[in-house]
Design a protein around this ligand. Structure first.
Ligand code: GLV
Ligand code: MN
Ligand code: MN
Length: 408
């Protein structure tokens, strides 16, 4: 394997990892499933082959350490979970790139250690939250909170962790000693079309949108669709409609590509043709580069929801599942990366991220930076997701150059 070039190795590894999926269509690798365990097992082998000492943590992340001379660490990572029927690159490509970077240096001793991390549950698809490992590593998640996150079968994140052989009660032991971390870097696919349209192989991220996520329950009453007059209904779906449209309108009115609102889940019960909808479960995901805008959109949506619930005789309850403020990437790290990009003679642009990343919560506590690799046609969170191995390889070279410059 040692004479294989980086791009070819990345291609092969990503193609092998894509097979750890619960669906034939695209990649479905949800946290604490057998597919997740199989992917981790494969990553563990890759890390060890690359010369890293590996260790899991209680959040389900995998770490690979290349011991350096001092006690300080530079961390590189991304997530290994996916959305439902997602692609073969989102998250996992950044883990594979991190391993390539470490492989280049091993067994050489840098002035600081390199820690490569495969984070778990960044997407929040199974339990509704997200950033599980990154928050645990930052010491921002307590074991009790894991009971509040449940999947559609009612299994809590806490229970799923136990079921998968982890010890959720020991979550706090996963926390990093933040004083020892000199920086964090995440390589990720852009998931939008800006680099692809501009034919640029690399993006340097300026900042990441802040996000808020909610779980919403509207409860009305099941009644006969033929015999119940329109005035006597408590139709939960009709009550949900103005809220769904408001999410679209409130975000569109801002006229900024970085302000978005999505109702991604709408589960109607009993969900039959001749019964008035008794209840609706919705999710809301709102993002903006400005916290005030994000919060204003959220407020507009919930005002309409309250009004509509009253008009339709519904009960409403909601839970906020995630709230992360927008962040800027660290200017010092960005400058180091700019320098390395120039030295490697790579054309690039600086751009903001509309997608969430582990670098989002991390950048609030540690110097963090991100590099983007183009996504074909800007497609992501779908099976069509595609990026070129040579673009990942170029990003890897840039980071190697940055670390070499830093070490000299
Ligand atoms: C994660 O991919 C997100 O932006 O939702
Ligand atoms: Mn994603
Ligand atoms: Mn991702």
């Amino acid at each position: 394997m040692s004479d294989m070039n980086t791009a070819e190795r990345i291609r092969q590894e990503l193609s092998a990892l894509a097979k750890f999926s619960a669906t034939e269509k695209g990649v479905t690798r949800l946290p604490f499933t057998k597919e997740a365990a199989a992917a981790l097992n494969y990553l563990d082998k890759l890390m060890q082959e690359a010369g890293l000492t590996t260790y899991p943590d209680a959040s389900g992340a995998l770490h690979g350490l290349l011991q350096g001379k001092g006690s300080q660490r530079f961390v590189i990572g991304s997530h290994y979970d996916s959305v439902v029927e997602g692609g073969a690159y989102d998250g996992i490509a950044g883990v594979v790139c991190g391993i390539e970077i470490a492989r280049h240096f091993a067994p050489q001793e840098l002035p600081f250690s390199l820690e490569i991390v495969a984070f778990n549950d960044e997407e929040g698809v199974r339990f509704g939250g997200g950033f599980l490992s990154s928050k645990a590593l930052l010491g921002e998640l307590q074991p009790e909170e894991l009971q509040n996150y449940r999947d559609t079968k009612g299994i809590s994140c806490y229970e799923a962790m136990q079921e998968a052989g982890y010890a959720p009660e020991r979550l706090s032991e996963a926390a990093w000693d933040k004083d020892k971390i000199v920086g964090f870097l995440e390589i990720h696919i852009e998931q939008g079309a800006r680099l692809y349209k501009e034919h640029l192989p690399l993006g340097l991220v300026t900042g990441i949108v802040g996000m808020r996520r909610f779980d919403i329950q509207l409860t009305g009453r099941a009644d006969h669709a033929g015999t119940t007059p329109m005035t006597l209904r408590a139709d939960a779906l009709a009550g949900a409609a103005p809220f769904i449209l408001m999410a679209q309108r409130a975000a569109r009115e801002r006229k900024s590509p970085n302000v978005v609102a999505t109702v991604g889940v709408c589960e109607v019960k009993p969900g039959t043709v001749n019964t008035v909808p008794a209840s609706v479960h919705l999710t809301l995901d709102v993002r903006s580069l400005r916290a005030e805008t994000r919060d204003a959109v959220v407020a507009e949506c919930f005002n309409v929801l309250e009004e509509s619930a009253t008009d339709n005789g519904l009960r409403v309850s909601w839970q906020e599942k995630l709230s992360v403020a927008p962040v800027n990437m660290d200017e010092g790290l960005r400058e180091r990366l700019r320098q390395a990009i120039h030295e490697e003679n790579v054309s690039y642009m600086e751009l903001a991220s509309g997608a969430g990343h582990d670098a989002l919560p991390i950048a609030r506590k540690l110097p963090a930076a991100m590099l983007f690799v183009p996504s074909k046609d800007g497609r992501s969170h779908c099976p069509e997701e595609s990026s070129r191995p040579e673009d990942f390889s170029r990003a890897v070279d840039v980071v190697i150059r940055m670390l070499e410059d830093w070490s000299n």
